[in-house]
Design a protein around this ligand. Sequence first.
Ligand SMILES: C[S@@+](CC[C@H](N)C(=O)[O-])C[C@H]1O[C@@H](n2cnc3c(N)ncnc32)[C@H](O)[C@@H]1O
Length: 390
Amino acid sequence: MTSPEREGSNKGNLPAPSKEEQAESAELAARITREIKESGGVIDFARFMELSLYAPGLGYYVNPARAKGITHDFVTAPDLSPLFGGCLANFCRPALEELGGGAIIEVGAGSGALAISLLRTLQQEGPLPERYLIREVSPALRALQERQLAQVVPELLPRIEWIEELPPGIRGVILANELLDALPCARFTMRDGNPRRLGISTSPMGFTWSIGDVLPQALTRLGGMSNEDYTSELGLGAEAWISETATRLAAGALLVIDYGFPRHEYYHPDRAGGTLMCHYRHRAHDDPLILPGLQDITAHLDFTALAEAAASAGLRVQGYTHQAAFLLDCGLMQQLERETDEHEHRRRVYETKILTLPSEMGELFKAMACTRGLSRPLPGFGLLDLRGRL
Ligand SMILES: C[S@@+](CC[C@H](N)C(=O)[O-])C[C@H]1O[C@@H](n2cnc3c(N)ncnc32)[C@H](O)[C@@H]1O
């Protein structure tokens, strides 16, 4: 996601929430506080993140009031440009051809923009998938997706289905764009040479960090680095999602696009404050403990850990690269050239820059494709394959 203004740790000039928003945030804070008390005074950060984002009715992604304005807080690649969905259509095509059909399954479909641009490309250039399945955890966002798709591509609705869970035995392509950064992660800080789990407790000033016991999984990731006060995250939710999803994929591909790094860059001594990032009305800052339910909370991904989880579940990591190289190899420039309207073409040129420039989404965002039972290489990794860095 992109947010033009980055506040760093300076939260001084975030816009003030409305009275209604303050009331909803206070209700969620009370709900979290109750759980902290019932848990003996502290909960894991992962649980705090889960409640902030997904507590029924009040979490950031599930509150209908937030969901309808999701693009007021950040812009994702599919929301930015239909070129992104066009490139993903080009990624899916050869896998579906080799399988002789199959489904495209999008997990975490946000505003529905990716489904629209991807399906429109396949509608024009063929072939349409037998089915386009959407797994969306947020009832409010699902309703938004249903409205958008019914409005823009009503003729395709018979192929589109919202599902409650990923079925076993999937043959096709599973897409996860900016899903995994929004799954709850653990957080730790180094004390006396050990990574100690960070939890959340309460104080008269609001939520506060609490240092707990050793987080054993972090020890193996840090490669001996033990800088005092070094703080970072462990994407346990994202890794569990990859493991679970891989077991559902009988044949085809799983494509993850998100921001992150290989492990040696992720746990770099210079990244001493970790990767947590919050988005509120196009401002990015790094304090997840404020504005509960009103702001998005994300963590970058350790792509080495995701590749390990996929390989352990029997998938082949077929490619890993920057978003820019991925989109270019999936025909970004050819799509741009096809735009004949001068005004639209200027817009697409601007969008192409945001998607690909290293200073924008081009290098921080990575694409990783994992496959099972496919023999032909998939597009996306022909220009630059960075698997050696994982
Ligand atoms: C940051 S948004 C990205 C939306 C969209 N993929 C895009 O790129 O615009 C994350 C999306 O994932 C959904 N989500 C979060 N956890 C999920 C889960 N476990 N299963 C399915 N969807 C989930 C959210 O409700 C939201 O639609």
